[in-house]
Design a protein around this ligand. Structure first.
Ligand code: AMP
Ligand code: MG
Length: 346
């Protein structure tokens, strides 16, 4: 079913009150509003309404086994979502909220089963973006919001990305420009002892460990058919239509040589690489998306770059595995998933 989608431009720092109020009425009436957060655009609906949450799954084509993140504007809203809060929840929240850290906690009985994909746990965070916070304050209830893309496509970092995927499937899109961080939140389970990162993201592991040194992180990728006991570990995700080949190796010269050989051997190839790496591909028949000078810029540009290359109708997109530190860990995770496990060790 197609619905009419209204798009409103907003100032990212000082969102217009009348527009926020209109969007909040849409959410409270059970509708869908896409809005910017500091990570990516979210597809929001009332978190405590089963019917509203069901609309999110339908609009995205998201499997019911993949749970959503609930968003709040105030720590005092947390008991509506989660119970038996460990002391470290408040400690982590005071360090990282508002910000790109999602905590997995015991769910409250008020949370509908579809929000958590039937799990006893629930994921929650407080986003650090004036538009998201204004909307959350205006509705005064938690908002469920996964990324505002079609399931398994690269996440949206602009309102245009949202419209490319969801025009006719969402009531309102709040457009406040590009999202500053560009990769999703770090998901930390406080139900594990010690706490465990389920998905690397906008808060680097090093920053978490500076507050809580024993936090664990293990990569665990599983197939799509597996029930969501560790839902962040769905492998196929963030995928462009082109096949992504991810090159990794300690000897840079060998890695670049392997990438150039692949470009020469194949047709309709693109690369998505840092500004420094881009020089390795001049003069070749290849579309180049430049991720900038550092991991912060790369995070902000990754999904837009994958989408831009995809629009050119390429067969292959080549990338080099980033160093797994700082935001590089989140980049590595997204590229690995975009490549559906086709990691080429050189
Ligand atoms: P998205 O907002 O689209 O990035 O997706 C939300 C992600 O949050 C899911 O794919 C899961 O990885 C994660 N998540 C949500 N709820 C839980 C939970 N109860 N336990 C573990 N991970 C969760
Ligand atoms: Mg997503």
């Amino acid at each position: 079913m197609t619905i009419s989608t209204s798009v409103y431009q907003l100032n990212a720092d000082r969102p217009d009150e009348a527009t926020i109020s209109l969007a909040s009425r849409t959410i409270l009436a059970g509708g869908l509003v896409a809005f910017p957060t500091e990570t990516v655009y979210g597809l929001g609906a009332k978190a405590l309404s089963e019917a509203a949450v069901a609309k999110i799954f339908a609009a995205k084509g998201r499997p019911p086994t993949d749970p959503l993140i609930a968003h709040i504007a105030d720590f005092e809203q947390l008991p509506q979502i989660a119970i038996n809060l460990p002391a470290i929840a408040r400690q982590l929240a005071s360090h990282f909220w508002p910000g790109p850290l999602t905590l997995v906690l015991h769910k409250s009985a008020r949370v509908p089963a579809n929000l958590t994909a039937g799990l006893d746990s629930v994921a929650v965070r407080m986003p650090d973006h004036p538009v998201a916070l204004s909307l959350l304050r205006a509705v005064a209830v938690p908002i469920a919001a996964p990324s505002a893309n079609l399931f398994s496509r690269p996440s949206p970092t602009s309102a245009q990305h949202v419209l490319d995927d969801l025009a006719g499937r969402v009531d309102v899109v709040l457009d406040a420009g590009n999202t500053p961080i560009g990769v999703e939140s770090t998901i930390l389970s406080l139900l594990h002892d010690p706490p465990c990162v389920l998905r690397p993201g906008g808060v680097p592991l090093e920053a978490l460990r500076s507050v809580m040194p024993d936090i664990r992180y293990e990569t665990r990728f599983v197939g799509e058919e597996v029930a969501a006991s560790s839902p962040g570990s769905l492998l196929r995700h963030y995928s462009p239509r082109a096949r992504v080949l991810l090159f990794s190796g300690l000897d840079e010269a060998k890695v670049f040589a392997a990438m150039r050989a692949e470009i020469t051997r194949r047709e309709r190839v693109g690369v998505i690489v840092s500004a420094a790496d881009a020089r390795q591909f001049t003069g070749l028949d290849v579309a180049i998306e430049c991720l900038g000078a550092d991991s912060g810029q790369a995070a902000a540009r990754l999904f837009a770059g994958l989408r831009a290359l995809d629009k050119r109708g390429l067969n292959f997109i080549l990338a080099r595995a980033p160093e797994k530190k700082g935001l590089g860990l989140a980049l590595w995770d997204r590229l690995l998933r975009a490549s559906v496990g086709s990691l080429i060790e050189v």
